[in-house]
Design a protein around this ligand. Sequence first.
Ligand SMILES: N[C@@H](CCC(=O)N[C@@H](CS)C(=O)NCC(=O)O)C(=O)O
Length: 207
Amino acid sequence: MSNAVRIHHFAKSGHAHRALVFAKLAGIAHDAVPVDLAAGAHKSPEFLAMNPNGQVPVLEDGEVVVSDSNAILFYLARTYAPDWMPTDPVGEANVQRWLTLAAGEIAFGTCAARLITVFGAPLDPEFAAATAEKAMQKLEHGLTGSDWLVGARPTIADVASYSYTAHAPEGNVSLEPYPNIRAWLARFEALPGFEPMPATAVGLVAE
Ligand SMILES: N[C@@H](CCC(=O)N[C@@H](CS)C(=O)NCC(=O)O)C(=O)O
């Protein structure tokens, strides 16, 4: 039997990409299990038994089941990749600050803007654009004078913030005004093991 963790994902989900790209960057053996969102597979009884919220990503590690992308990053780092998560209280608190941004302004701004343009989601485009701009400004400021969001090496703070920020232009959120973010994205993409989320403009089609 395989010792690999299983990551249930959808190829065009930035939340799922967070979990997958982390497994790749950290060299964690994993099987990527596609979930056909277009067919409603994420609302099946089997899937809801793993995640009652009916959302990807979900991680299975033997008997352990973890849903929510940031929770998955935390679990994987603590279990298999300790270098990616500081253990001192200040470092850990700083990582948490960025996970909050990823679950806040990035999700409701940068991600939402892309949900509107790519998937036709019935969300408020003005709110999404304004919230995305707040996310961008916080990242740009946080990367002033430093290569990574927390400390001198990449952590799960960078992983959680990467996917939707890299794909912000798909939601008509320009990266042009943010040189620190653009340099950080390039640095992240140069890490060994990095694999991108597929670029998309065609909607909710499983790959
Ligand atoms: N807070 C969750 C959000 C996950 C999420 O929004 N997943 C989306 C794909 S990006 C999804 O599964 N949407 C289907 C649905 O909500 O019905 C996380 O971080 O994992």
